[in-house]
Write a protein that binds this ligand. Structure first.
Ligand SMILES: Nc1ncnc2c1ncn2[C@@H]1O[C@H](COP(=O)(O)OP(=O)(O)O)[C@@H](O)[C@H]1O
Ligand SMILES: [Mg+2]
Length: 302
């Protein structure tokens, strides 16, 4: 089982057409034809959107993404037009709204991995490859790869899990030229971000980008380099051979899988609401990630 424990109703704003309620973000189109992306405080874990919200999360994700777009703008153009809250929208959209250029999206999840874990590890354990790329023997959960790799995924026909695909498959789907551009841009952006994060004591294990075309120009879209689209690990706790503590979700996962939650992950039951202390600790983690990465105090960011 998976999905929303409680699916929220979209907010009605005059002049905005609601397009999509994502796991975390709500998407609208404004009268100019631009995309209005509003990040909520919703949190997902174990394929569920939890019934508890994490205060500040939507603003942290939005501000972090904006900060990264800035850090990367000499490598690749991005889709952000403004952060203005549309007239008539709730005041609490401030800080979590991004108005973006509507792009012709490339239907490929552009994943870069510098470390082995997750679906990459599963494939490696079977075949010593990830997305068909051969890797050396002797790697384990959390190992650093000899060099970062581009491991694209596409939306599975059934269900909402992405499916890892080979580079050749991407080239078949989007053409050789676009595939090469995706790979090159993904690895360039990952490399820059990994180095910035490393300087601040954080390992950027892997991350997912989405790109779209504005005419002939490839543009970086969606959210970038947030804890929701990336695996960030505290560098001082990194120890290959076991699952690494996740920067943001660890408290939530630990609690949900502990007897205290009374929840069985494998049951058909939706997860319960989080206790207040788990909510607060998780919110503080998001803020901490923002402060560590950007070097800015969260309290000064608004
Ligand atoms: N600039 C853009 N132009 C058009 N579509 C975009 C742009 N940026 C992001 N998107 C799309 O917006 C959608 C955001 O949905 P998302 O919040 O990720 O929901 P979900 O949880 O269902 O993945 C994705 O389909 C993404 O590809
Ligand atoms: Mg998405």
């Amino acid at each position: 089982m998976s999905g929303f424990v409680e699916k929220p109703e979209p907010v009605q704003v005059p002049g905005l057409t609601h397009l999509h309620t994502g796991k975390v973000r709500d998407l609208y189109r404004n009268e100019a034809g631009d995309l209005v992306m509003v990040a909520s405080d919703r949190m997902s874990a174990y394929d569920w959107v939890l019934p508890s919200e994490i205060p500040d999360k939507g603003r942290v994700l939005t501000q972090l993404s904006l900060w990264w777009f800035d850090q990367l703008s000499d490598l690749v153009p991005h889709h952000v037009l403004s952060t203005e809250v549309p007239a008539g929208a709730p005041a609490d959209w401030a800080g979590r709204t991004t108005v973006c250029k509507s792009l012709n999206m490339v239907p490929v999840e552009c994943v870069a991995r510098g470390y082995l874990t997750g679906s990459g590890l599963l494939e490696y354990d079977e075949s010593r490859t990830v997305c068909g790329l051969a890797l050396p023997e002797g790697l384990s959960d959390g190992s650093e790869l000899p060099a970062p790799i581009f491991t694209p995924a596409t939306k599975a026909a059934v269900g909402d899990h992405d499916e890892n695909v080979s580079y050749e498959e991407v080239a078949r789907q989007v053409g050789a030229e676009t595939a090469a551009l995706l790979r090159q841009s993904t690895l360039a952006v990952y490399g820059r971000a990994r180095d910035i994060a490393r300087d601040r004591g954080i390992i950027l294990a892997d991350t997912k980008f989405e790109f779209g075309f504005d005419g002939e120009t490839l543009v970086l879209a969606d959210e970038v380099l947030t804890p929701d689209s990336s695996r960030f690990w505290p560098a001082d706790q990194w120890e290959p051979g076991r699952a690494q503590p996740s920067y943001d979700k660890q408290f939530v996962r630990n609690w949900l899988t502990s007897p205290a939650s009374g929840w069985d992950r494998r049951s058909e039951q939706p997860p319960p609401a989080l206790p207040q202390e788990i909510v607060e600790a998780t919110s503080a983690k998001y803020v901490e990630a923002y402060e560590l990465l950007t070097g800015k105090a969260w309290s000064d960011s608004f």
